[in-house]
Design a protein around this ligand. Structure first.
Ligand code: ZN
Length: 262
């Protein structure tokens, strides 16, 4: 079997897996599969892996988190560190061991800890970590790790920039004022980050820094721009398809209506 056929079969298998009704519970790594400080890689396309890590809060609640690794020639592009410093060390070790190519670009998709706390480990490993000026400002104000490199051209809602295999898109404020999404045109994979919720989630999550009014319109910008996306990856939990975007809009509209009633 030549590599191309193998790659094609992997893609078909992944698409089947993702579209199967029962997908996820058994096959996608969850908090019980990935203890805090550890990492799991899941290949979903010949050139794309998701990385899954977890965090345990003081109250015992466990929370998983997704990031993405994209192969481009002999280099890797990383979308978000893992959850925390230790898991990001584990991520770098897993990349070395399982993929064996250098990470030449990393992006933090917003200023919260789940997207920046591991950036120091990346930078210590010689990886340049990019974020928008707004993300760097918000991270600094929150006392979070500040990614060192600036990614410009994403000031207005609807702006997009291409970096290697990634199209980085600013849909407008949502989960946070600075949330970015990443689309991979070659693979049809959309990394929605924390602006997009997994299907089994029934509340809009951490809204401390959210713009609840702007969020649905920002999600509609994603729908308008990427109707062709085949796989959609939320910031936390199971990947799905574009229905995750409409699901997230529904959650927000219900949440908002609930608030107005009270
Ligand atoms: Zn998040």
């Amino acid at each position: 079997m030549d590599l191309n056929l193998k790659q094609q079969l992997l893609l078909i298998f992944t698409l089947l897996l993702l579209s199967a009704p029962g997908y996820g519970q058994d096959s996608y790594p969850g908090v019980d599969d990935v203890p805090t400080g550890e990492i799991a890689l899941r290949q979903i396309h010949p050139d794309v892996w998701l990385h899954i890590s977890s965090w345990q809060f003081d109250n015992g609640m466990k929370y998983p988190s997704n990031g993405m690794i994209v192969r481009h020639g002999d280099e890797l592009f990383l979308v978000d560190p893992a959850l925390g410093e230790q898991a990001t060390e584990a991520l770098l070790a897993a990349i070395e061991e399982q993929i064996g190519l250098p990470v030449t670009f990393a992006l933090s998709t917003h200023f919260h800890d789940d997207r920046v706390a591991g950036d120091k480990q990346l930078e210590e490993a010689g990886i340049k970590v990019y974020a928008t000026a707004l993300t760097r400002r918000l991270a600094s104000a929150a006392g979070n790790t500040v990614p060192e490199s600036v990614l410009s051209g994403l000031d207005r809602a609807g702006d997009a920039v291409t970096v290697g295999p990634l199209e980085v898109f600013f849909p407008g404020a949502g989960h946070s004022r600075d949330n970015l999404i990443v689309y991979l045109p070659a693979a049809g994979i959309l990394f929605g980050g924390c602006a997009v919720h997994e299907a089994r989630r029934d509340d809009p999550g951490n809204t401390a820094d959210a713009d609840i009014m702007a969020w649905p319109a920002s999600l509609r910008r994603i729908q308008d721009r990427y109707p062709q996306a085949k796989i959609v990856v939320p910031g936390h939990g199971l990947p799905g398809d574009m229905s995750l975007i409409s699901h997230s809009i529904n959650l927000l509209e219900q949440f908002d209506a609930g608030k107005t009633k009270r």
